[in-house]
Design a protein around this ligand. Structure first.
Ligand SMILES: C[S@@+](CC[C@H](N)C(=O)[O-])C[C@H]1O[C@@H](n2cnc3c(N)ncnc32)[C@H](O)[C@@H]1O
Length: 294
């Protein structure tokens, strides 16, 4: 492949492996592999980048990063010697040749996504397009913003007898039709902590829909703006109040909105893990029927 080759992302997606890629069995997450790593930068604080990510960045000649949600301090601290290019405003037809050509010139390329590339990262279409053009790729995980938000809120997303499940979701909008928006269903399940990505601008509308669907207006909701950044802010309220509070604070982007009783980190029950199971001599990994890893 050379620099003049045309990129056809749709053909790459259509041709994406029908057989399982052998690399799935040959490598574990965190292994350094051949090709361009798609690295999760974490939520913002440079110290929340993984060690693997930091090592890859320090060797990079070109870092293509996800714009405003990748902290410029992280770029300055960990890849000062690399050329850094923001992916904002670039389509696949521009991004793929940029990375492919640098790779083919023998440069070390890193694609840096905010949080974890596997969550609302649109990473796979880039990886498939690069692979289609002969450039190997792989994923290096990062701390997703929902995890940064739960740390800030000093709670767990799953909490014994409060929340047994977690939903990572987004509201209807340009990408998602009304009938693909499942926030109301998740909230209606009761023991789900619903983490809403990409919805800061539409919190009032989202909460209005929950009220229209008859959900308890007192259900706790927290919005963590810029979790782990120096200007991090926490706005707490309920389904009924959070929209107005967020609008008053002026945040229209970059918040993680968490809905459910686990937000407050209270009224949970002591866990089986450090109770009966432990005092009954529990050990090992607990097995499938009684999994007790913490
Ligand atoms: C395109 S998605 C990328 C998500 C990212 N891959 C992750 O794992 O966090 C962008 C959305 O993630 C959320 N987000 C990303 N970083 C955040 C942070 N530091 N604090 C709060 N929310 C964040 C916001 O909801 C934002 O609209």
């Amino acid at each position: 492949m050379n620099g003049d080759a045309e990129t056809d992302p749709q053909a790459a997606i259509d041709a994406a492996a029908s057989d399982r890629d052998e690399r799935v069995y040959e490598h574990g997450a965190g292994d350094e592999q051949e090709g361009i790593p798609f690295v999760g930068a974490g939520p913002g604080d440079p110290r929340l980048l993984t060690v693997a990510g930091r090592e890859l960045l320090s060797d990079a000649d070109l870092v293509v990063h996800a714009g405003s949600l990748v902290n410029s301090e992280l770029l300055a601290e960990y890849c000062a010697d690399a050329e850094t290019v923001s992916s904002i405003g670039k389509d696949l037809e521009e991004l793929i040749p940029l990375m492919r050509d640098a790779h083919e010139r023998g440069e070390t390329v890193v694609r840096l996504h905010s949080g974890d590339p596997a969550i609302y990262g649109a990473a796979l279409e880039q990886m498939d397009a690069l692979e289609h053009e002969g450039v190997p790729t792989y994923i290096v995980p990062g701390v997703t913003s929902a995890f940064a938000a739960s740390a800030t809120l000093r709670t767990q997303l799953t909490l014994n007898e409060v929340a047994n499940h977690v939903a990572f979701t987004r509201p209807q909008g340009e990408t998602l039709d009304e009938d693909e928006d499942h926030i109301s269903e998740f909230v209606g399940m009761g023991d789900v902590t619903t983490c809403i990505y990409l919805g800061t601008h539409a919190v009032s509308e989202t909460m209005d829909r929950l009220l229209d669907d008859g959900h308890d207006p007192e259900t706790p909701v927290a919005a963590v703006y810029h979790a782990s950044w120096p200007d991090e802010d926490v706005i707490e309220g309920t389904i009924e109040t959070i929209g107005e509070k967020l609008e008053a604070a002026g945040y229209r982007a970059s918040a993680m909105v968490v809905v459910g009783d686990a937000v407050g980190g209270e009224e949970y029950e002591r866990s089986f893990l450090y109770g009966e199971w432990a005092s009954g001599g529990g050990g090992g990994d607990g097995g499938d029927s009684q999994e007790a890893d913490d």
